[in-house]
Design a protein around this ligand. Sequence first.
Ligand SMILES: CC(C)(COP(=O)(O)OP(=O)(O)OC[C@H]1O[C@@H](n2cnc3c(N)ncnc32)[C@H](O)[C@@H]1OP(=O)(O)O)[C@@H](O)C(=O)NCCC(=O)NCCS
Length: 146
Amino acid sequence: MSSELTIRVLEDTDLGGITQLDEKILGEYRPEVWEDRIAYYQRRDPEAPLVAIASGKLVGFMFGEVRSGEFGLEEPTGWIEVMGVDPEERGQAVGRQLAERILDHFRSKGATTVRTLVDEKADSIASFFAALGFEPAGLRPFVKAL
Ligand SMILES: CC(C)(COP(=O)(O)OP(=O)(O)OC[C@H]1O[C@@H](n2cnc3c(N)ncnc32)[C@H](O)[C@@H]1OP(=O)(O)O)[C@@H](O)C(=O)NCCC(=O)NCCS
């Protein structure tokens, strides 16, 4: 990355940048999905959802929140739920800086643990979390088609 990276809290005006980045990653243009998600995360905890900006361009995002009393987990737990880094900007610590900042925020909200879920086929995402110190958890997902 040629210019400095800024990590800041998500703003309403980031909708376009996030929609574009999501389209670049997943190949689908989904502005209504991101409008809903942005509203959801801002309502839950406006300080938690983060974006990464380089040369005025949105190059990454990480959304999550602190919750407790779910899945038999009573302790306040930070959950990282949605993230993405521009494929052209990967491998330059954008994801790590987003994670470090969201983890600081989770700590400030009283969380003592951070959790996420990774599809077993998503090796690169699992490697990313392993590099950040995440370990396999003793929580098993169950699923049933409806
Ligand atoms: C996973 C992802 C966020 C990583 O972002 P990134 O900016 O490239 O990651 P960083 O450069 O900050 O890497 C941090 C650490 O993770 C490791 N890492 C990151 N991607 C990796 C990969 N593909 N394979 C192995 N290790 C990896 C790095 O080596 C680094 O380790 P180090 O700090 O010990 O050197 C990014 O690849 C991404 O957005 N993937 C797609 C996510 C997605 O599909 N989102 C939609 C569903 S929510």
